[in-house]
Write a protein of this length. Structure first.
Length: 266
């Protein structure tokens, strides 16, 4: 019931923000903003499936700066890209990712990529926002090492950041440097805000309506980065650029990137 209410509220806020006229952002503010494609360009899973190489390819082809994706683990400890713990919602066939080997997952749902495939195809060219999901960790020492090996060729903070709804995951995986860690706030903005400021994490992300200017200012004064989502309209994008948000997450990243390009060329 709570999730349903939050979705309705978010849609209402998006409609309102889309209708409110905003000042055209200046060139310097536009130059600072970076668009991040949330789970790739998937069109609500109509044009492509979220968190697939096809969705990421569509974002990259449009010049989108970054892609956000989610990391889960197969039974044989292969990190793969999926928001959900199973494949039912996206692919219509329920396979619990933690319950099968990577070979079994690939045979059942071949569209789900591994983290290794993502890094090989996009690492170093498209900024990766990698969200750790609360999952099964049967051998955390080995999983820590596997994750380090996958990211070893990339620059933390430069080529990728690691995100988590639960900051304890940064400690479980011993993500270093901590400055490449970004917390993700939902309706617990106050708690995540306080924890981020009291840590060495690199910044905070959250819904644009909840991550207000006061929170943004405190993080910037502490040398932290700020990202907001999920921007879905020109007027909302103008609002975020005008208030100096650097990372702008969107489910409509290609459309938002076109607006940014138009502003840059004007």
């Amino acid at each position: 019931m709570k999730d349903w209410f939050n979705r309705i509220l978010q849609v209402a806020v998006d409609i309102w923000m889309a209708l409110v006229p905003r000042k055209r952002p200046g060139r310097e503010a536009v130059a600072r903003c970076r668009i991040v494609s949330h789970r790739g360009e998937h069109g609500n899973n109509r044009t492509a499936r979220e968190n697939t190489l096809a969705a990421f390819d569509a974002a990259r082809a449009a010049g989108v700066w970054g892609i956000e994706t989610d990391i889960r683990w197969t039974a044989d400890l292969v990190p793969v890209l999926s928001h959900d713990p199973d494949t039912q919602r996206i692919f219509g066939r329920k396979v619990t990712i933690a319950g099968v080997s990577f070979a079994e997952l690939r045979a059942a749902v071949p569209q789900i990529p591994s983290l290794a495939e993502l890094v090989a195809a996009f690492g170093g060219g498209t900024h990766l926002m990698l969200e750790l999901k609360a999952d099964t960790f049967p051998d955390i020492a080995r999983q820590q090492e596997i994750l380090r090996q996958h990211l070893a060729g990339l620059e933390p903070g430069g080529d990728y950041h690691v995100l988590a709804l639960d900051p304890d995951l940064f400690e479980i995986f011993d993500i270093r440097p901590r400055s490449c860690c970004l917390t993700v706030a939902q309706d617990n903005m106050a708690a995540i805000h306080a924890r981020t400021l009291g840590s060495a994490y690199g910044g905070i992300t959250g819904h644009y309506f909840l991550l207000d200017d006061a929170i943004k200012r405190q993080h910037e004064q502490a040398g932290r980065k700020v990202g907001t989502g999920f921007i879905a309209s020109r007027n909302c994008l103008y609002r975020e650029i005008n208030r100096g948000v650097e990372w702008i997450f969107s489910n409509d990243a290609v459309a938002m990137q076109k607006v940014v390009n138009q502003l840059s060329e004007a």
